[in-house]
Design a protein around this ligand. Structure first.
Ligand code: GLV
Length: 329
């Protein structure tokens, strides 16, 4: 059965109110969702055990923003947990979302565009050594450097979902040789694709490594010294996926040995990091504060999908952008 559109959904009969649990949603999101779905009645909280018993029975959907909700199994009518980001690893932790309740995530063009901009910006910044230009400015040095065009260098992008695919195309348009890695190898024009079974071949000699993978049991810790050792000497790392992809203890040794020339990290295992986290003060590392696809998170970019998913589940239908729990994304 094809999923009905917004207009058809509105024409279908359903309850007069849609009770939702808002786990940490800022008000602007609630307003944007309500503008498209006026039937919502919003209950707030991170722990379902703290809601009154009568309210628990009314909630059909939980909307989750950057936190791990508690005791969702106490909501007998729950038919969807909607994450507000691309990554839903926190919702897939054991005992967070009851196994029978579908999990949906946000996947849209805004994320893909935002990430492609971020990746091109930082690959080029590293590639053209912008840092050295800033340093020369301090001492009023008029420097000339020699640099091959991007085509002389290879960027390996880990991940080939819609976000990573867009980033690969953008890098390729700049002129880089681009490799893509996905669970099963794909065919994409202009990109050399590898399945994860050929990880070493994918890594061998890359000048930039960009991680855009979902965080799963298989990908946790994939950015480690063994991985770095396969890259070209002095290569650059960008992690814009999840902090736990990186074995943090392996990063500074790889920079010290010269295997890595620098790293741009949008994410860390613990965010925000402590003020004395060594990555803050290391000039070879740039922390960008989980901002890579911030523009995608505008309420108006997310609200249409959320409203539609609420109407779908209120009418007993499957939400869009369902997460495959087995795959982990
Ligand atoms: C951001 O980190 C997201 O998962 O969308």
């Amino acid at each position: 059965m094809t999923t009905p559109g917004h207009k058809e959904l509105l024409e279908m009969n359903s309850a007069a109110r849609i009770d939702i649990l808002s786990c940490n949603l800022p008000l602007a999101y609630i307003s944007a969702i309500r503008a498209r779905c006026p039937e919502i009645i919003v209950h707030r909280g991170l722990d379902a055990a703290r809601l009154e018993k009568e309210i628990r029975g009314t909630i059909i959907a939980a909307l989750v923003w950057g936190v791990t909700p508690k005791n969702l199994d106490l909501l007998p009518a729950l038919t969807m947990v909607q994450g507000l980001g691309a990554g839903v690893d926190h919702l897939l932790e054991p005992d967070v979302v009851p196994p029978s309740v579908p999990i949906a995530r946000v996947s849209n063009e805004f994320q893909a565009i935002g990430m492609a901009e971020y990746v091109v910006l930082h690959v080029l910044r590293q590639d053209r050594n912008l840092e050295a230009i800033y340093e020369r400015r301090q001492s009023r040095q008029w420097g000339q450097g020699y640099l091959d065009h991007a085509g002389a260098r290879t960027v390996g992008v880990m991940g080939l979902g819609n976000i990573a695919h867009r980033a690969c195309n953008a890098l390729s348009a700049v002129g880089f040789e681009v490799r893509g890695l996905s669970q099963t190898a794909r065919e994409i024009e202009g990109i050399t694709c590898f399945g994860t079974g050929r990880l070493d071949e994918f890594l061998d000699g890359c000048h930039h490594l960009v991680c855009l993978l979902p965080l799963t049991r298989a990908t946790k810790g994939i950015l480690n010294s063994r991985t770095f050792n396969r890259l070209a000497n002095g290569s650059f790392l960008i992690n814009a996926a999840r902090g736990s992809h990186l074995v943090e203890a392996d990063l500074i040794p790889a920079l010290d040995s010269g295997r890595l020339g620098g790293a741009t990290l949008d994410v860390l295992t613990n965010e925000p990091p402590r003020h004395d986290h060594p990555f803050w003060s290391d000039p070879r590392i740039l922390l960008t504060g989980h901002s890579a696809i911030a523009s995608a998170l505008r309420p108006e970019n997310i609200a249409p999908l959320i409203a539609e998913n609420l109407y779908l589940v209120a009418r007993g239908l499957q939400p869009r952008n369902l997460v495959d729990r087995q795959r982990g994304y």
